[in-house]
Design a protein around this ligand. Structure first.
Ligand code: GLN
Length: 544
């Protein structure tokens, strides 16, 4: 007899505003259950009509995160991976676009012949099917499902309805609801106002969902009066109200919620055994974060430097490396476009005063010349550097121009008519017309050359890193670049593309991949770790 394990579901809804850090709360909920020995999965539902987030502007929407299995997802998937220490897949990010595409394809195929195809039940059935698919295609005990957006949005209604139905369909203690909503503070009186939260709960109840737990999001810890009101108007006990207040270090949130008793309550409501939570490793890292021994500064050179969320995985990869090395990483944001202006000496000085630099990923012409100039300054001054994806490509353009004397060398993405197209479209990208999901995406194996910085970093011959690009180093220029001293230290195993380049005798590490997508709190990314370690070593050597 096959025993099918019962799955538990936690639906997390949001009220008042979006972007209040619901993803981090979801990840923290998962963590509290994971440290008690349960296997946890997390799903992000995005109610927008895009099929995936790959076609959205990171300046508005935040980073596009790439999973191991080559899908472009919402950046919250990155938070879940970093907290839960596991790789998620394209199935973990559900959008309205995917659901409707599937339902309409089925309708055209004739799967519903004779029926009138409707939001309820056809769309809601598709939603439930996808959630259960994640549950039953893994060995997870608990699935935390974040319903993106805000309660009351037209777009999120079918998802809330599907969640409501699941509560009825599953055994009584298998589905619970957590509602996260903002409690704003009036700047004049400092008063914490719970009315918007009350309204958002009314909205939920109107469609048949009574939250079991409420998490109030606030700037400062909420006062007892506010808590009382939330419980009374939210129709729950006071001890079922939790508070997520602003913290500089988001990885402390699971510990904060644990201290308030949320882990224990989740377990009780789900009717599970409350195993002793094992927080030791996590707490140690947070202790390291609170007591840094070293301080390093990193120049972050990019185009979207005004919205830090567009580089969230890089920021977190640096912070995580810092946890392990007891180091506080101070990021100095440099706008690549500013660097292109004539009177830029101040910005150049700013780069030179940093311990290290990163040339950030990106797309298109804007800011490209600034990044190329930055690469030159950094290379010539032997400042330790990571060049990530577009940063890798433009650093190679710089090397071609200034070391190989290929005047006017460029990427054809920036200048389609350049005389020296050292970076050019990948062959299988040339005839692509559809933009969605067509880049070279996801994890590929890379062969690392022994005796290189890359090998020192990874200590392995075959590694896997994730990708998101359309351009590559043009094989026609391999010889001249190598003759002039650029070392190709990593090639893709499958098709021999240059994946990693470096310069002898300095920490100048250029990679076509995005190693930051694989950084996890309990498992830092090797290049980011090695980079921060080098910055510390350089500082200590200078002091001698
Ligand atoms: N724009 C470059 C390409 O498409 C780099 C992309 C990136 O930095 N993610 O190849």
């Amino acid at each position: 007899m096959v025993i099918i394990k019962m799955k538990k579901y936690i639906f997390v809804t949001g009220g008042v505003l979006s972007s209040v850090g619901k993803g981090v709360i979801v990840a923290s909920i998962g963590k509290m259950l994971q440290v008690r020995g349960y296997k946890v999965d997390a799903i992000k539902i995005d109610p927008y009509l895009n099929v995936d987030s790959g076609t959205m502007n990171p300046y508005v929407h935040g980073e596009v995160f790439v999973t191991e299995d080559n899908s472009e997802t919402d950046m919250d998937i990155g938070h879940y991976e970093r907290f839960l220490n596991k790789d998620l897949t394209k199935d973990h990010n559900i959008t309205t676009g995917q659901i409707y595409l599937e339902v309409i394809t089925k309708e055209r195929r004739g799967d519903f012949l004779g029926e009138c195809v409707q939001i309820i039940p056809h769309v809601t059935d598709e939603i439930k099917k996808r959630i259960r698919k994640v549950a039953y295609s893994s060995d997870s005990d608990i699935i935390v499902v974040e319903i993106g957006g805000t309660v009351g949005d037209i777009e999120s209604l079918p998802f809330l309805e599907a969640a409501r139905q699941m509560r009825l369909e599953e055994p009584f203690t298998n589905v619970i609801f957590v509602h996260v909503a903002l409690v704003p503070t009036l700047s004049v009186t400092g008063e914490q106002k719970t009315k918007p939260l009350q309204h958002s709960i009314n909205e939920l109840r109107r469609i048949g969902i009574q939250p079991d737990i409420i998490v109030a999001r606030s700037i400062k810890p909420i006062n007892p009066e506010a808590r009382k009101k939330i419980a009374l108007f939210g129709n729950i006990r006071e001890e079922f109200v939790f508070n997520s207040y602003d913290v500089e270090n988001i990885y402390k949130l699971p510990l904060i919620l644990e201290e308030q008793g949320m882990g224990e309550l989740l377990i009780k409501l789900l009717n599970l055994q409350n195993n002793e939570p094992k927080w030791d490793e996590w707490k140690q890292l947070m202790l390291n974060a609170d007591n840094p021994q070293y301080f390093v500064s990193v120049a972050m050179i990019g185009k979207y430097s005004k919205l830090k969320d567009s580089y969230v995985s890089i920021n977190e990869a640096l912070r995580i490396a810092g946890f392990w090395l007891r180091t506080k990483v101070n990021q100095i944001w440099i706008d690549a476009e500013e660097l292109e202006r004539k009177e830029n000496t101040k910005i150049i000085d700013e780069i030179l005063s940093c311990d290290g630099a990163i040339i950030l990923p990106g797309f298109g012409k804007r800011g490209a010349e600034g990044k190329i100039l930055a690469a030159q300054i950094i290379r010539e001054n032997k400042i330790p550097m990571l060049g990530i994806c577009f940063g890798f490509q433009l650093a190679i353009v710089e090397f071609a121009r200034n070391v190989c004397q290929l005047d006017g060398a460029n990427s054809t993405e920036v200048d389609p008519y350049t005389k020296y197209p050292v970076i050019d479209l990948l062959p299988d990208q040339k005839n692509i017309e559809m933009k969605g999901g067509t880049m070279r995406l996801g994890a590929y194996e890379i062969r690392i050359m022994k005796g290189t910085l890359a090998y020192e970093i990874y200590k392995k011959e075959i590694i896997r890193e994730r990708h998101r690009h359309r351009y590559e180093v043009n094989p026609k220029f391999y010889d001249i670049l190598q003759e002039k001293g650029l070392i190709f230290s990593g090639y893709s195993l499958k098709d021999n593309l240059v994946e990693i380049a470096e310069i002898k005798g300095q920490f100048y590490f250029l990679t076509q991949a995005h190693p930051e997508f694989k950084a996890k709190v309990l498992n830092p990314s090797p290049p980011y770790y090695a980079f921060i370690k080098r910055l510390i070593e350089n500082k200590l050597n200078r002091r001698k």
